[in-house]
Design a binder for this molecule. Structure first.
Ligand SMILES: Cc1ncc(COP(=O)(O)O)c(C=O)c1O
Length: 397
């Protein structure tokens, strides 16, 4: 009989020549467990998904209760479903007034697609501006605004009329013009390795968008839900988006995404053509019930209040290591830069051997990703840092 690992390699579509290949059978809190019941500390939260940790009892209960009521009923936007409307209300209660209408999607990439379509519809323009080393998803619209040619080259032609600027470069913002439908940006750029822009840059970006009538689309797939020490990443700046994109942690571990805009803007999807964006499963009731429960846990357990001090603890325990060239951080989104990508990858593999799951960044292969559940305790941070330092020492000695 073939092992699950062999079945994975022969029947699951592969996208990497060297997958992690851990066979995980359960997860709880900050821990992942393999078939031998070996525990691994999850230092990446499934890429900023499991912000409240794995298998939170309140999320499990919400999922159980919802599956007993109903699962899928109807394509998006036709019938009133309690988990959807209650979650939309909860999200918009925590957003600026103009961000009052939610379109729930299946994923982050679909949220990008929807946000881009909405911007075209609202402005009647076609140009999109995005930033080098940004990632907004892997479908063809989202890929068109991916900040690295290597990942796009084999899939052209993609969308025309795309302009890429350097992140955090104020001078280049003048290229945003009356032709621009929208600018897509991460408030803290995740995949370049936790790059924090200056307040001046973010404020100038807002000013330039307002002056030219270009919509500002903020991608909070990774920065949302408390990750950076505030509920939303844009709250670090005097810069509110016209369209907010959410994904990853929004579903509490279930597949979900959203783009949120004003009702006036969102109404453009109801005419000419009607059904401006269609989805069968977007806003699935079980995903919304799970996401809502996770969202409530963020507040009930006051998780965001300790994000900054936990990030500081990581920084104080790690940043002095001689092999770490730079330590970038916003809240609990962290990047440890090593001399080379090769060294980083060896350290990441050694970490896994030592019971610590981490990874590198799409556009920063020489930087190690730390993005743990926000529930991680001080003691667990100390253990994780000891394991990480041990792994660095074993590789560099
Ligand atoms: C910043 C950002 N935007 C969008 C996406 C796309 O989300 P999804 O994988 O759910 O399509 C990702 C996924 O990694 C992301 O990191």
């Amino acid at each position: 009989m073939l092992s699950n690992r062999q079945l994975f390699l022969s029947h699951i579509a592969q996208t990497s020549p060297a997958p992690m290949l851990l066979e995980l059978v359960r997860a709880e809190g900050i821990y992942l467990y393999d078939t031998q019941d070996k525990a691994y500390i999850d230092l990446i939260s499934g890429f900023a998904v499991s912000n409240i940790g794995h298998s939170h009892p309140k999320v499990l209960e919400a999922v159980r209760a919802q599956t007993e009521r109903y699962m899928h009923l109807m394509v998006y936007g036709e019938v009133v479903q309690t988990p959807q409307v209650v979650y939309a209300k909860a999200l918009t209660d925590h957003l600026p007034k103009h961000l009052n209408t939610v379109y729930f999607t299946n994923s982050g990439a679909e949220a990008t697609e929807g946000a881009m379509k909405l911007a075209k519809r609202v402005t009647g323009r076609s140009q999109f501006v995005h930033f080098k080393n940004s990632y907004h998803g892997s479908t063809q619209g989202a890929l068109s605004v991916m900040g690295d040619e290597y990942f796009k080259q084999s899939f052209r032609p993609l969308l025309p009329d795309i302009l890429m600027l350097d992140y955090n470069n104020r001078e280049q913002l003048s290229a945003i013009s009356e032709r621009t439908a929208a600018v897509l940006i991460d408030p803290i750029q995740a995949e370049s390795g936790a790059t924090v822009p200056s307040s001046e840059f973010m404020e100038s970006l807002r000013e330039r968008c307002t002056a030219t009538g270009a919509l500002l689309i903020m991608d909070e797939a990774q920065t949302g839900f408390g990750r950076t020490g505030k509920l939303w990443g844009f709250q670090h700046f005097d810069c509110e988006p016209d369209i907010l994109m959410l994904a990853k942690a929004i579903g509490g571990g279930m597949p979900l995404g959203a783009f949120i805009a004003s009702q006036e803007h969102m109404r453009t999807f109801t005419e000419n053509p009607v059904l401006g964006h269609i989805t069968t499963f977007g806003g699935h009731p079980v995903s919304c019930a799970s996401g809502l429960a996770a969202f409530n846990v963020l507040f009930e357990e006051n998780l965001i209040a300790s994000v900054e001090s936990k990030g500081q603890l990581f920084e104080s325990l790690l940043s002095q290591n001689q092999h770490i060239k730079s330590f970038r951080r916003k809240g609990l989104m962290m990047a440890l830069e090593f001399e080379t990508a090769e060294l980083n990858q060896k350290i990441v593999h050694q970490c896994v051997k030592n019971g610590l799951v981490t990874d590198w960044f799409l556009f920063a292969p020489h930087s190690l990703r730390i993005c743990p559940p926000l529930t991680i305790s001080s003691t667990q941070i100390e253990v994780a840092c000891l394991l990480l330092l041990k792994s660095i020492a074993e590789i560099t000695n």
